[in-house]
Design a binder for this molecule. Structure first.
Ligand code: ADP
Ligand code: MG
Length: 217
């Protein structure tokens, strides 16, 4: 009886953590086709999924063009962390900076920052799609400063680090941010083809001139 109750409580805690994580879609390493993306070292990825980077408060950064699996891999690490009992939070950079900016306008920045500082694993997806305003860049820096050596951050970006100064409209701030992010970090650079395009091309009829049908997603 007692062990049943303990088990039920564990289940509830797990479900609550999953809900709080705001993971948009569940992805796993087992569903990742490593043969399609040879620039990713499968052994290194499997090692990361054992989560020693979470225990050492290190970061993981996925760099590469669109469609190569950056978000998929970030989500699968988030999934492993959730299953291991860690607290996780997922956000795109745009959502994050808009959220912080709104909180700042309502004089609630400090308490809203906690949402992003507290989780043991924070995923910041899609760095590089839009550039940041000066307050947004400062808020992002503040977040990274506060997570430094206290929590793990997983980031994905389609822009090289050299471009982050432009992204933040502030070279000095970008250098200080990268200095903290990269001090304890594993950087996975993916140079490969887009998996989305692969699906698209596979849907193209072998003959004839009809346009390819969009994939199910
Ligand atoms: P990115 O974030 O780099 O733009 P995504 O991770 O969103 O790319 O990948 C696009 C889609 O393709 C997702 O549905 C993802 O699950 C799938 N995908 C990407 N690469 C692979 C792969 N090597 N094996 C299986 N699915 C993949
Ligand atoms: Mg992505």
């Amino acid at each position: 009886m007692l062990s049943l109750e303990v088990e039920a409580r564990k289940q509830t805690a797990h479900q609550n953590r999953r809900k709080a994580a705001r993971i948009p879609v569940s992805k796993t390493l087992d569903a990742f086709d490593f043969s399609f993306q040879p620039s990713i070292n499968e052994r290194q990825m499997r090692e990361l999924a054992e989560l020693s980077f979470v225990r050492t408060h290190s970061n993981v950064i996925f760099l590469g063009p669109p469609g190569v699996g950056k978000t998929h891999l970030a989500l699968s690490l988030a999934e492993s962390a959730l299953n291991a009992g860690y607290s996780v939070f997922f956000s795109t950079l745009t959502e994050l900076v808009e959220d912080l900016e709104m909180a700042s306008q309502q004089h609630a920045l400090k308490s809203r920052l906690r949402r992003y500082i507290t989780p043991q694993v924070l995923v910041i997806d899609e760095i590089g799609y839009s550039s940041l305003s000066s307050p947004q860049a400062n808020q992002l820096f503040e977040l990274v400063r506060q997570r430094y050596e206290r929590g793990s951050t997983i980031l994905t970006s389609n822009t090289s680090f050299a471009q982050w100064g432009k992204l933040m409209n502030d070279e000095v701030l970008a250098t200080a941010l990268l200095d903290r992010l990269l001090h304890h970090a594993e950087v996975m650079t993916i140079n490969g083809k887009s998996y989305r395009m692969k699906e698209r091309l596979a849907a193209t009829p072998a003959k004839g001139g009809t346009t390819p049908t969009p994939s199910a997603q």
